[in-house]
Design a protein around this ligand. Structure first.
Ligand code: NDP
Length: 289
């Protein structure tokens, strides 16, 4: 007999983090320290516009000022590079990010690479990634940090445990592996060339799936009692979202599991607010504002 897995409720933990951030923003406001998040949004991709609107609503909820710099798809690489430099230098801007993907013809790599680490609230620049890899302080990528916070705030210890990550993207898999190492887990990273994937994932005490393959992980991939975190997000034609994990099959096997929606997604959004607050605090400590 297996007992039903306990849901790792990302909405609840994200609400807790937003409340903490809101409180800190109020404390900073009393000292006249502004906290401001700027966004660069190019083109009219509906998904990007929706994400930016959601992030702005999140900011409003916790008292963070937000500004969006909107451009048509015909904006030049140079214009964007100039804006990045301006935001880097503007002491009123705590942090900023470029909403991806950029329209065809624009290259996000040099733009993201030129964001200074102290304002890189997405934590995705090569400099931020390098700082994380060598153990220097940095703003952490929102999704991987959200996963760690979700585990930590549910009392799931990582030290000495077998953590298996499916996926090695710069956005999720690689930084997540770095963070798990930092928590003293024993980390295995799988990818599309991994042989006998199910054999590897069954070794996991904590299995984190970020493969971008709809419902690819079924009960065969999960050992009894494992903690399962599903980063994947897929829109179903019939409406609603599903993840990389077949929830109904895996839930009875796992001890804890994230739902989709309501698991990692809300955590990602909350960690952006957290990073913006961190950036404002760091600027205040450094006397750069
Ligand atoms: P990418 O497509 O960039 O990376 C996917 C990774 O999974 C690659 O490393 C790939 O291997 C690996 N992979 C693909 N297929 C398999 C397979 N069959 N077996 C083993 N490994 C495989 O995706 P992202 O990391 O950007 O995103 C992953 C998922 O997470 C997506 O569904 C995305 O929508 C979602 N996401 C959710 C977020 C949230 O807030 N909840 C935030 C960001 C992403 P290889 O390197 O060999 O190609």
């Amino acid at each position: 007999m297996t007992k039903a897995a306990k849901i790792l409720d990302g909405r609840a933990v994200a609400a807790q983090i937003r409340a903490e951030v809101g409180e800190e923003v109020r404390v900073l406001a009393e000292r006249d320290v502004p906290v401001r998040l700027d966004v660069i949004l190019v083109g009219d991709d509906p998904a990007s516009t929706t994400y930016v609107n959601m992030k702005q609503r999140d900011c409003a909820e916790v008292g963070i000022e937000s500004r969006t710099h909107r451009f048509g798809s015909d904006v030049s690489q140079k214009e964007l590079a100039v804006l990045v430099e301006r935001l880097n230098d503007d002491p009123a801007v705590s942090g900023f990010f470029i909403q991806l993907p950029l329209p065809t013809g624009l290259d996000h790599v040099p733009l993201i690479s030129s964001i200074i680490p102290s304002k890189d609230v997405d934590g995705l620049s090569p400099m931020s990634a390098g700082r994380l890899a060598v153990g220097l302080p940095s703003l952490l990528p929102c999704t991987p940090h959200g996963v760690i916070q979700l585990l930590y705030r549910n009392g799931i210890m990582l030290e000495g445990r077998e953590a298996v990550v499916v996926g090695r993207s710069n956005l999720v898999g690689k930084p997540l592996a770095q963070l798990l190492l930092r928590e003293n887990a024993t980390v295995t990273v799988c990818h599309s060339h991994t042989k006998n994937l199910a054999e590897v994932t069954r070794r996991a005490d904590v299995l984190i799936v970020a493969a971008g393959r709809r419902e690819m992980i079924d009960a065969e991939y999960v050992s009894e009692g494992a903690v399962v975190v599903d980063v994947g997000i897929h829109r179903r034609e019939e409406g609603g979202l599903v993840g990389d994990v077949k929830f109904d099959e895996v839930e009875p096997v796992a001890s804890r599991i994230t739902p989709v929606p309501g698991g990692v997604g809300p955590m990602t959004r909350a960690m952006l607010l957290y990073n913006t607050l961190e950036a404002a605090r760091t600027a205040e400590d450094a006397g750069t504002r």
